[in-house]
Write a protein that binds this ligand. Structure first.
Ligand SMILES: O=C(O)CCC(=O)C(=O)O
Length: 283
């Protein structure tokens, strides 16, 4: 599949590295990129999220985690979040794996407290109602960024390597599960069809992870992004972020229009669109 061009030319080394990530994603269904962002960015994003992580709202069920805090609509709450969502290494991977005009499907923070139990295994790109049995191609790519060190006992994400090739009814054995331990500032990138879950937190520490998830443009986003990040907030983000939120049209074609017009007009009244049509004088 092909896609958006990268924002700049990549060096030969970067291309070799990218090929390695892609080959791990093809074989195992995931790849870990260690310390992709600096400590300062980790701290900046943490401080913007702090007001929302006060242990007041814990998860409502076993999936959200009754000992976990979840913060949704992140781009409405933290401007710095954009720096991981449109990180150039992540976009380079997405450009190779998803169709052009891919969308941000979800972006949430998951703060796993001591005592949390393992989440149920699941995939992230369940194409609601389309009835597409697995194994199949992935319609989404997910990322989980470590904002604390992910360790063997503090709730590190668990993945099942190769499960992106499995049929719907195959369940993982204990021996097939891998804990994604990684230092803060690292990210695990995985296929939307890979079985994974948040692990149990048997430590005394809290584990913060942030998970931007992306999907093919024809799928419905998991979070309703144009309501979660309304025009008055979306207008301050880059063109790329605006497109991924849904202020965009699938090109070629016109899926995504608003009242017959390009949705960028809602953010920027001067936007002239792809096919500018001057207004005709009144008859
Ligand atoms: O928190 C984690 O490590 C995984 C969470 C997850 O997969 C989810 O909630 O969809």
């Amino acid at each position: 599949m092909q896609t958006d061009s990268s924002t700049r030319d990549r060096t030969a080394n970067e291309n070799t590295q990218l090929d390695q990530y892609l080959s791990q994603l093809a074989v195992d269904g995931y790849t870990v990129i260690e310390q992709l962002i600096p400590e300062q960015l980790v701290q900046r994003i943490r401080s913007e999220l702090d007001p929302y992580l006060q242990k007041k709202k814990m998860g409502r069920n076993n999936f959200e985690g009754e000992h976990s805090e979840r913060v949704y609509a992140l781009l409405a709450k933290s401007h710095a979040m954009a720096e991981i969502i449109e990180h150039e290494t992540i976009l380079a991977i997405l450009d190779r794996l998803l169709p052009n005009n891919y969308l941000l499907s979800a972006a949430l923070a998951i703060n796993v407290h001591p005592g949390e139990t393992p989440q149920p295994f699941h995939i992230d790109d369940g194409a609601g109602g389309l009835g597409l049995p697995r194994p199949r191609q992935a319609y989404g790519i997910s990322t989980i960024w470590a904002f604390d060190d992910f360790t063997a006992d503090n709730g590190a994400t668990e993945v099942v390597p190769g499960s992106h090739h499995w049929p719907d009814d195959r369940e993982p054995q204990e021996s097939e599960i891998v804990k994604v331990t990684m230092p803060a500032g690292s990210v695990v990138v995985f296929q939307g069809t890979l079985l994974h879950r948040g692990g149990a937190n048997n430590s005394q520490d809290i584990r913060l992870g942030i998970t931007p998830q992306y999907c093919a443009p024809g799928l419905r986003q998991i979070e309703n992004m144009v309501l979660a990040v309304p025009p008055e907030k979306a207008r301050y983000y880059s063109d790329k972020i605006q497109n991924m939120l849904g202020y965009n049209i699938i090109d070629p074609g016109f899926m995504g229009y608003v009242d017959g017009q390009h949705p960028k007009k809602v953010i920027n009244p001067d936007y002239q669109g792809r096919k500018y049509r001057a207004e005709l004088p009144a008859p």
